[in-house]
Ligand binder design. Structure first.
Ligand SMILES: [Zn+2]
Length: 437
C-alpha cells in the first residue's frame, strides 16, 4: 500500500530511491512504512502483508488502547485473525517492564505494538529477546519507531540497546493529531537537531577525516525548509504538517541504517541531553528525550553560529583533562570512562598546532562549508517557538548551575568531537556556559 504521505519513504520501502549525485540505490530494513490520513479499515491488510496468518497479540497501555489499540484489535478480530490482547496497566521501559511484556504476551507468534515511546521500545526489546516478529501502529510522531535500538533502563540507568526493528510501521495521522501537543513539540525538536548534529559531524570529518555520510541529510532536505517555515501548523492539527513531521521523523530514525552509526542525528546536543539524564539524579525534571535535545539544540546552535560566523578562527590549545576534578565530581568509574572517551579525541600540542595552522590558512573556506547546512540561530529559535518547543533550561525545569555544568562537561562523556571541544580547547566554553549556554 503506497501511503498518501510517504513521499521519499515509499521509494525507500520499494528499494527504488536513487541518491542524486552518487546514483547509488538504497533500501531500508523495515519491510513497510505507511503514513496515511487514516488507516481505519486497512489494519488487517497491513498486518497480513507482514505476518501472514501467524498468531498475534496487540499490546497497548490504557491510554493508547483507548486511542487506537481497541480499534486495531477489533479490526484484526473481525477479519478472522488469531489475535489476543494485552493492555499493559503499568508500562515502564525497564528490565522488569520488558519481562512483564514477555510474560503477558506468551503464546503469540507476533507482537503488534500500539503506542508511543514506552510501548514501542518495550515491545521492540521483548520481541527481540524472544526471537519474535513485531510491527507497530504509532500514536505519536517520533523517530524511535524506525530505529533498531531500544532505550531501556537497567537499575535506573537508561541504555540504548541495538536489537531489531519493526517489520511494519504504521502511522494513522488522524490518531496522531489527537496526541498530546507536548509529544509533537518533542518530535519536532528531535528532528530539527539535524542542523547541530550535521555541523558537528561534518566538522569532525573535515578536521580529522572521521567517517561522514551525506545520505541521511539528502533525504531530510526534501522536507526541512517547508517544515521549518510551517512549524506552528502541526500544533493546530493540520494533517499535512503533521504528515511532514511524521515523515521527517521516520527518516531521521532511518539515519542509522545508512551510516551504521547514530552520528547523523546525535552529536553534542544529544550529549547534553544524556548528561541531564545521567547526572541530575533525583532532580531530573521529568522531561523527555526530545524536550531536552531541543533545549540543547538551541544551545549548540548558538555556540556553532557564534564560532563559525566569526571572522577570526578559534585558537586551539591542547585538551586539558583534569582527572582529579572529574574524580571528585563523578566518582571513580565515571571519571575513568570520561578520561578514556575524551582521550580518544583529545588534542595534544602537535594536533593543536596543526589545527591552528589549518584554521589560519583555510578559515574562510572552512566555515563556508557550513553556510548551507547550518540553520541561522534566529530562524531555528523562531521555528522551535512556533512548534511549541522548550527553549531554555528554565523551560525544562533544570537548575541554571546544573545546566552550566552540562554544557561544560558533556564533551567528556563521548568520544565524538563537537563544537563543545572547539569551544573548550579554545577557552570559550566556560564563558559561554556562564552566560546561560
Ligand atoms: Zn534523539
Amino acid at each position: 500500500m503506497a501511503s498518501q504521505y510517504g513521499g521519499v519513504i515509499d521509494e525507500l520501502v520499494s528499494g527504488e530511491w536513487v541518491e542524486p549525485g552518487t546514483g547509488k540505490r538504497y533500501s531500508i530494513p523495515p519491510d513497510d512504512i505507511v503514513i496515511a490520513r487514516t488507516l481505519d479499515g486497512a489494519e488487517s491488510g497491513l498486518v497480513t502483508k507482514q505476518h501472514g496468518d501467524k498468531s498475534l497479540i496487540v499490546v497497548s497501555d490504557p491510554f493508547t488502547h483507548e486511542a487506537l489499540g481497541k480499534r486495531v484489535y477489533a479490526a484484526l478480530k473481525n477479519a478472522g485473525h488469531n489475535v489476543s490482547e494485552f493492555v499493559w496497566q503499568t508500562p515502564k521501559c525497564s528490565e522488569e517492564g520488558v519481562t512483564q511484556v514477555q510474560q503477558g504476551t506468551k503464546g503469540a507468534d507476533v507482537m503488534i505494538a500500539v503506542g508511543s515511546g514506552t510501548i514501542n521500545d518495550s515491545v521492540k526489546y521483548a520481541s527481540y529477546l524472544d526471537g519474535r516478529e513485531y510491527s507497530v501502529f504509532a500514536t505519536s510522531p517520533m523517530n524511535a519507531f524506525t530505529t533498531n535500538t531500544a532505550s531501556v533502563s537497567f537499575g535506573g540507568f537508561k541504555k540504548s540497546i541495538t536489537c531489531h526493528g519493526a517489520k511494519g510501521i504504521f502511522f494513522d495521522l488522524s490518531v496522531l493529531a489527537q496526541c498530546p501537543k507536548r509529544l509533537m513539540s518533542a518530535a519536532y525538536a528531535d528532528v530539527i537537531c539535524r542542523t547541530t548534529a550535521q555541523v558537528d559531524w561534518l566538522m569532525s570529518n573535515l578536521l580529522f577525516q572521521t567517517p561522514y555520510a551525506e545520505t541521511p541529510y539528502t533525504l531530510l532536505a526534501y522536507d526541512e525548509d517547508l517544515m521549518v517555515d510551517n512549524a506552528s501548523a502541526m500544533l493546530e492539527g493540520d494533517i499535512d504538517a503533521l504528515g511532514m513531521l511524521t515523515r521527517i521523523s521516520a527518516i531521521m530514525g532511518l539515519g542509522t541504517s545508512f551510516t551504521q552509526t547514530t552520528h547523523s542525528g546525535s552529536m553534542a546536543e544529544h550529549m547534553i541531553s544524556h548528561y541531564i539524564d545521567m547526572f541530575s539524579g533525583e532532580n531530573h525534571p521529568g522531561t523527555s528525550h526530545g524536550e531536552q535535545v531541543g533545549v540543547a539544540t538551541v544551545t549548540m546552535s548558538k555556540l556553532q553560529n557564534m564560532i563559525l560566523r566569526s571572522d577570526t578562527p578559534p585558537v586551539m590549545s591542547p585538551t586539558v583533562i583534569s582527572e582529579p576534578t572529574l574524580l571528585k565530581k563523578y566518582g571513580a568509574e565515571m571519571a575513568a570512562t570520561m578520561t578514556e572517551q575524551t582521550g580518544i579525541k583529545a588534542l595534544d600540542a602537535a594536533k593543536a598546532d596543526k589545527l591552528n595552522q589549518y584554521f589560519s590558512d583555510n578559515w574562510a573556506e572552512f566555515r563556508g562549508r557550513f553556510d548551507t547546512i547550518m540553520l541561522p540561530f534566529e530562524r531555528l529559535e523562531k521555528s522551535m517557538r512556533a512548534a511549541g518547543c522548550q527553549i531554555t533550561h528554565n523551560d525544562l525545569g533544570v537548575d541554571r548551575n546544573f545546566y552550566r555544568e552540562a554544557v561544560c562537561d558533556a564533551r567528556y562523556i563521548r568520544d565524538r568531537f563537537t563544537m563543545l571541544d572547539i569551544a573548550g580547547d579554545s577557552g570559550q566554553l566556560q564563558a559561554f556556559a556562564d552566560n546561560g549556554g
